[in-house]
Design a protein around this ligand. Structure first.
Ligand SMILES: Cc1ncc(COP(=O)(O)O)c(C=O)c1O
Length: 375
């Protein structure tokens, strides 16, 4: 595959060697055009062409369905991952004494909504990592008869550890526990099928590996569980006859659509759709192969200059995030200094975090290694 032909799809490449997709990623040229088109239409025509955007939203839902291997009606557009987690955390039929299990190294988005349930008598269990990883045996030991839900990231934001969703999902099924996945650090670079992997709920915003904007994300709710959740945030758009404004008929949509309470972020969804088209055109398995190739190269080169990789390089653990230990220098200073040189990385948990996407090149990695070598 000639990956360089995709460089033109990413305007960021003109100015930066950008390795920070695990934070806020650049949008694609297609997404930029989609936003321009939407903005121009809104400015020129107001709601005259509304039907066109209503149709586009459904097209983007279908693309999201392809991404997750889900029926599109089981996907709702949300404003961010946190909203999706909150929908489940707040709507779940908790009883005092129930508990929720997650990992201590999770991003705060997957911590606070569950901690916030303490006032309802729900215990929060955050399992510490050992030797830099989350062990399924530790999760298993933490689950007891009062555990109702396990919530975990697709890939860990700081360490880059890819969680084995199949294994954790199977464990949850075996123990009669629901499984929530914060998928933002994997969707777009790691293949996932909610048909094959036993995931009950999933949320992700579009602003990382999906190359969309902030404020337009997706929520998947397994159809059989829709009625189990109390529908928080119900609005005009939650009901079956949402567009019949003159008639009050309180029948909620029988799927995830009930959580799209009101007007949507149409420009953001259009942008997400444009980027999804590109990602699906290339193919997520091919993208995964490419980022693994690039991150393997990065780790090998880092080793040659004496930098230790923190992220596990076991094939099943690899995501698109690489965490590097740099005892010699302050990671915050390095990130700042490299930015001045046109190379964008980040730091998390006291380590450098490098997160390339499919369009990055080995030459860009060489530039980064060169900078690291001369720190
Ligand atoms: C694992 C994880 N979840 C969620 C988020 C962001 O949450 P939200 O989409 O609510 O801003 C991040 C951002 O860094 C993340 O790494």
């Amino acid at each position: 595959m000639d990956w360089t032909r995709y460089r033109d799809e990413m305007p960021i490449t003109r100015r930066w060697a950008f390795f920070d997709h695990a934070a806020v990623a650049p949008i694609t040229a297609r997404a930029q055009r989609a936003i321009h088109e939407w903005a121009a239409d809104m400015a020129d025509n107001g709601d005259v062409m509304e039907h066109r955007w209503v149709r586009r939203i459904e097209e983007v839902r279908a693309l999201a369905g392809r991404l997750l291997d889900a029926d599109p009606v089981d996907i709702a557009f949300i404003k961010n991952t946190s909203e999706g987690i909150g929908i489940v955390a707040e709507g779940f039929p908790w009883k005092p004494g129930h508990n929720i299990v997650t990992a201590a190294e999770e991003y705060p988005a997957n911590i606070y909504p569950w901690m916030n349930l303490a006032s309802r008598g729900v215990e929060f269990r955050a399992i510490p990592s050992r030797d830099g990883r989350i062990w399924i045996d530790d999760l298993r030991s933490a689950i007891d008869s009062r555990t109702r839900l396990v919530s975990l990231s697709f890939a860990e934001f700081a360490s880059g550890l890819r969680n084995d969703l199949d294994a954790v999902g199977a464990l949850c099924r075996e123990r009669g526990v629901f499984f929530f996945v914060d998928a933002i650090q994997g969707l777009g670079v790691l293949p996932l099928s909610v048909r094959k992997t036993p995931i009950d709920f999933l949320a992700a915003d579009g602003h990382k590996w999906l190359l969309g904007t902030e404020g337009a994300g997706i929520l998947f709710v397994r159809r059989e569980l829709v009625d189990m959740l109390h529908p928080v945030g119900v609005g005009w758009n939650s009901v079956i006859g949402a567009r019949n404004f003159g008639k009050i008929d309180f029948r909620l949509k029988p799927n995830a659509g009930r959580w799209e309470s009101g007007s949507l972020n149409v420009g953001g969804i259009a942008a997400l759709g444009a980027s999804l088209e590109l990602l699906l055109e290339i193919g997520i398995p091919a993208i995964q192969g490419r980022v693994i190739e690039l991150t393997d190269y990065l780790c090998e080169r880092a080793k040659t200059i004496g930098l230790e990789g923190y992220s596990s390089r076991r094939p099943e653990d690899k995501s698109a995030i690489v965490s590097l230990v740099c005892p010699q220098a302050d990671p915050i200073q390095l990130v700042r200094r490299f930015k001045k040189e046109g190379v964008v990385i980040n730091q998390r948990a006291g380590r450098l975090r490098v997160s390339p996407h499919f369009y990055n090149t080995q030459t860009e990695i060489d530039r980064l290694i060169d900078l690291l070598q001369h720190t």
